[in-house]
Design a protein around this ligand. Structure first.
Ligand SMILES: [Zn+2]
Length: 113
C-alpha cells in the first residue's frame, strides 16, 4: 500500500504548512503527481481522506495534477515526452536521457482558513 505512506507524507506537509500560517482549517490542496510515481489518484485520495479525519485537513478538497514524463537529452539538449518508458532521444537517438519531470509528488498549493 504505497499510496498510504504517500498520503501520510502529504498530510504531514499540509498540516505543517497550515500550522506555520496559523490556519484552523485546510480548504483546498493541490498536488502534483508525476506519472512515474505510479500513484493511483483515486487510491491516494481515499487514503488521504481516511488519514485526514480528525485533523484540520478533514474534508479538504484535494486536486491532483498528473505531471507527464519528460526527458531531457544530455547530448543534444532536446526535451521530449517519454512514452512507453522508452528513454531514447527522438532527435539524436542518444540513450543519455535525464528525467526532468514525472517523478514529483509535491503539495503545489494549499488554501487555508
Ligand atoms: Zn538528443
Amino acid at each position: 500500500m504505497h499510496e498510504m505512506a504517500l498520503a501520510q507524507g502529504i498530510l504531514d506537509v499540509a498540516l505543517k504548512t497550515a500550522a506555520q500560517h496559523g490556519a484552523v482549517k485546510i480548504g483546498r490542496i493541490k498536488l502534483q503527481v508525476g506519472k512515474m510515481t505510479h500513484v493511483e489518484p483515486d487510491s491516494l485520495l481515499f487514503c488521504f481522506e481516511a488519514l485526514a479525519v480528525g485533523s484540520i485537513a478533514e474534508g479538504a478538497n484535494v486536486e491532483i495534477e498528473i505531471k507527464p514524463l519528460i526527458g531531457l537529452c544530455r547530448d543534444c539538449g532536446k526535451e521530449f515526452s517519454v512514452s512507453g518508458y522508452y528513454f531514447i532521444c527522438p532527435e539524436c537517438q542518444s540513450a543519455s536521457v535525464e528525467i526532468i519531470s514525472g517523478r514529483e509528488l509535491t503539495v503545489e498549493h494549499l488554501e487555508v482558513e
